[in-house]
Write a protein that binds this ligand. Structure first.
Ligand SMILES: Cc1ncc(COP(=O)(O)O)c(C=O)c1O
Length: 500
């Protein structure tokens, strides 16, 4: 292509009626022509004056295009000599020669990426009856928050607008340490607190710093799919351990192969809701001490208990410095806040402070400062107290609706705490099919079977979140769900299974 044809080439492609600036259009067409070889390496480009005249556009536009092409390496400019198309073809060494008819191997996602996406549990719907695990965000004291936010943004301290090295905003770490010592009997000094974007990140950081790819991890079976995904994506080999009414219940065979890490929910087993007994807690701590096992204690929703006081944290019983305690503000405030905390043993403080900054380049100090004021002014405690009352009422309304419809034929499990409980279905029922049909009727629930790694051992049931459903909407929504359940329970077994 010579210089005259370049002008022809461009003028057939430029669209002067389009809103897109001439500069962008000329630039993009020239880039494409260079990449495709239509403008070959070494070819001299016409002067900016000539090309501008031929195209009937401003010379400055062409000058800008040439400057941008030079900056991006498409052309080289030598003073006095002109502008030439650069040689941008990949070097020989970068290309291995394949036989002409060897089929091209497509770029693939990794096996762990495939597993992650294949087992994903996240629901596209995150709100409404009976979405489990979601607090009533409509009740969040937005006015108070925005007042505190406005005050801090009025004259922002520059240090709050930078990255957050060192595990988070120091006053927040102090406030959280005070709160956790009193509310959860966690043994901690402010230095041991690391602020994160939530439990997912806390688990991710812990396993990256404390385990190696291929290490064994114990997980409760059933367990929270999100935590399972984080562990698997870190390259750990998961060993599902059954739970009974006292919590994690490893067999003698399980104990023959001690893991590197065990992830547990002792205060409120997720999803079944039992509390790990003191005897099991002590046994787990002793086993961990003898076999150098890290324990991650996920204390995701223990603020919401509706009767007895909760048992203290497992971390509070640990004398060997092997428990990493992780918690979240997502359930207390709102999930989209993405804020959580971890308490690490004293000897790991420096490792975690460096790790969190190195891996995630933490920030959000301004949000952390707002939260600190919110806690110190007493708003967190009063909001949690108010929500505990509200969720307690909703829990009762839902249980009454269940009893009114099904009497004692379907058991409710794990209703003493949290934002959800499990409505058990008979072993032969298909909870996945019930869930799919309920969604068709506009009701969200989750099948219990999905939380198990060993599906053959799975109990069948529905996870029902009541916290985010206004009182008056609970009974009508449950009525829709009950119709689906009744249809499934009275259907012949073959029909139930066909729909799986
Ligand atoms: C047991 C459990 N752990 C952790 C989380 C997620 O916590 P975060 O939002 O802080 O990552 C959930 C969310 O529902 C959960 O159920």
């Amino acid at each position: 292509m010579d210089t005259i044809i370049l002008a022809d080439y461009l003028s057939t492609r430029l669209d002067r009626s389009r809103g897109e600036p001439m500069y962008r259009q000329v630039l993009e067409h020239m880039q494409q022509a260079i990449l495709s070889g239509e403008l070959p390496p070494g070819m001299k480009l016409p002067s900016s004056r000539t090309l501008a005249l031929d195209l009937g556009i401003a010379r400055n536009t062409v000058l800008h295009v040439y400057d941008q092409l030079t900056a991006e390496g498409y052309v080289t400019t030598t003073t006095g000599s002109g502008t030439y198309v650069a040689d941008t073809a990949p070097r020989e060494a970068a290309i291995t020669r394949a036989e002409p008819d060897t089929p091209r191997k497509p770029c693939m996602i990794s096996r762990r990426g495939e597993r992650l996406v294949g087992h994903a549990g996240v629901s596209p719907k995150q709100w409404g009856a009976f979405m489990p695990g979601v607090p009533d965000v409509a009740e969040f004291p937005a006015r108070t928050w925005s007042r505190l936010q406005a005050r801090l943004w009025k004259k922002p301290n520059p240090e709050l607008l930078t990255y957050a090295p060192g595990g988070g905003y120091r006053p927040l770490r102090r406030a959280l340490a005070d709160y956790l010592r009193v509310a959860r009997s966690v043994k901690c000094a402010p230095d041991q607190i690391i602020v994160t974007t939530g439990i997912h990140q806390s688990i991710d950081l812990s396993v990256r710093l404390l385990t190696d790819v291929g290490d064994r991890a114990w997980v409760e079976d059933p367990c929270y799919w999100g935590a399972r995904s984080v562990l698997e994506a870190s390259g750990l080999t998961l060993a599902p351990i059954p739970v009974d009414d006292e919590g994690l219940n490893p067999s003698a065979r399980d104990m023959e192969k001690p893991p590197r890490v065990a992830l547990v929910t002792p205060s409120h087993q997720y999803p079944l809701g039992m509390v790990m007994s003191l005897a099991r807690r002590r046994a787990l701590l002793e086993f961990a001490r003898q076999h150098s096992v890290w324990i991650i204690e996920d204390d995701y929703d223990s603020e919401f208990r509706y009767g007895s006081r909760p048992l203290s944290s497992l971390q509070g019983l640990d004398d060997a410095g092997q428990v990493i305690y992780v918690g979240s503000l997502g359930k207390m405030l709102y999930p989209g806040l993405r804020m959580g905390y971890m308490v690490v043993p004293e000897h790991l403080v420096e490792t975690f402070r460096v790790g969190v900054a190195e891996l995630y380049r933490e920030g959000q100090l301004m949000q952390q400062a707002i939260l600190t004021e919110f806690i110190l002014d007493g708003h967190l405690t009063s909001h949690v107290r108010r929500m505990r009352g509200l969720y307690g009422e909703r829990r009762e309304i839902l249980i009454n609706a269940i009893r009114a419809r099904f009497g004692d034929t379907l058991a409710v499990r794990g209703d003493e705490a949290g934002l959800h409980f499990v409505l058990e279905l008979p072993g032969e029922a298909d909870d996945r099919a019930v869930t799919a049909q309920a969604l068709g009727a506009g009701v969200v629930t989750r099948p219990l079977v999905n939380y198990y790694m060993k599906e053959a051992d799975a109990r069948r049931g529905l996870m029902l979140g009541y916290a985010c459903v206004p009182n008056e909407q609970i009974a009508p929504n449950f009525s829709k769900l009950a119709e689906v359940i009744e249809r499934e329970l009275t259907a012949p077994k073959q029909r139930i299974r066909q729909q799986a």
